[in-house]
Ligand binder design. Structure first.
Ligand SMILES: Cc1cc2nc3c(=O)[nH]c(=O)nc-3n(C[C@H](O)[C@H](O)[C@H](O)COP(=O)(O)OP(=O)(O)OC[C@H]3O[C@@H](n4cnc5c(N)ncnc54)[C@H](O)[C@@H]3O)c2cc1C
Length: 298
């Protein structure tokens, strides 16, 4: 059945100041419109009914991928397809290319933006877990000026973040990661579907010892999160010999750190099983990449 959109006023702005003042003018009854791939679905199902949609698509400052002093800056309006096709991302942050390849279909990826994926604050957001392991931050711009928030502090609940009513997520900031291997895994019903569980792992070794480890899980709690206790278990371990027992123990700890619920995609029990499998698989694949690099294959 075709469901129509509810009535709304479409407003378009060309500068951040304009967008901020429109948001303030219509506070509580407006939404930012980027690609619309999340927003229009929610509006069609009457889950949200904003009277005004403020399109930010003409704000030039919100586009582009490029290096800054601290690392990489990705403008909020960068489409998922642009991320997927960016040589700069493929070379320096391949985990983001992997995530882009797993989000929706080509049609959705052409419309959907990175800013929208994060601002929507879905616990299953494709880019949340890779960006958490990369130590990313977001820049929020509003009437009071700009502020930078670590992604880990950004999400506060399903669909909820620290963004204030007059604020726009303007860019995603990723510190340089000169030496580390990363893996992104997604478990979903069909490849283009939203994740039942997603996982990102980032690791580095010093000799054969694990020097740095970051594990992030999505869709198994109210917000995407770092599995700090599982990381603690692994950090400092020797990455040689049989790692099965260590990785299974880490997966069990990750299960205990999660708070999965059942929904139309999967039951809570099913999600727990998937966490166990994905964490072990993610750690094994990361170690595999580290070994290849050590052997000079990469
Ligand atoms: C068929 C289909 C498949 C999908 N598959 C996936 C998937 O596999 N993985 C996945 O993660 N998602 C998936 N999605 C969801 C969606 O495509 C992504 O989350 C997308 O990145 C959202 O970006 P957008 O630009 O379309 O956001 P919009 O829909 O425009 O906005 C989403 C929300 O964020 C707010 N917002 C947007 N940009 C900003 C900003 N710069 N500052 C402040 N607030 C902002 C909006 O007001 C709105 O509340 C799918 C959607 C569809 C329809």
């Amino acid at each position: 059945m075709l469901i129509g959109l509810p009535k709304f006023e479409y407003l378009s702005c060309e500068t951040m100041e304009e967008a901020s003042s429109m948001l303030l003018k219509h506070v509580g009854n407006s939404r930012i419109l980027a690609g619309g791939t999340d927003l229009f679905v929610k509006m069609k199902h009457r889950r949200i009914l904003p009277g005004h949609l403020i399109s930010i698509k003409k704000i030039q400052d919100l586009h582009g991928i490029g290096w800054e002093q601290y690392g990489l800056r990705i403008g909020a309006l960068t489409s998922i397809e642009e991320i997927r096709n960016s040589p700069l991302i493929a070379t320096n942050f391949p985990i983001l290319k992997d995530a882009a390849e797993r989000l929706g279909t080509m049609h959705i990826r052409n419309l959907a933006t990175l800013g929208g994926n994060i601002a929507n604050a879905s616990p299953a957001a494709e880019f949340a877990t890779p960006l958490l392991t990369l130590g990313a931050s977001v820049k929020l711009a509003g009437a009071q000026g700009e502020r930078i928030v670590a992604l880990e502090d950004f999400f506060v609940g399903p669909g909820k973040s620290v963004i204030q009513p007059d604020e726009i997520l303007s860019e995603i900031l990723i510190p340089s990661q000169p030496f580390a291997e990363e893996i992104y895994l997604k478990h979903s019903t069909r490849p283009m579907d939203v994740a039942i569980v997603n996982l990102a792992v980032l690791a580095e070794i010093n000799g054969d010892r694990c020097d740095q480890i970051k594990i992030a899980l999505g869709a198994v709690g109210p917000v995407p999160f770092r599995c700090r206790k599982a990381e603690e278990l692994i950090r400092g371990s020797k990455f040689n010999g049989d790692l099965q027992t260590l990785f299974r123990e880490a997966a069990q700890i990750a299960v205990e750190e999660s708070r999965p619920i059942g929904d139309f995609r999967a039951s809570a029990e099913n999600r727990i099983e998937v966490i166990r499998r994905l964490v072990v698989k993610g750690l094994e694949q990361t170690v595999g990449k580290l070994n290849l690099r050590q052997a000079g294959v990469k």
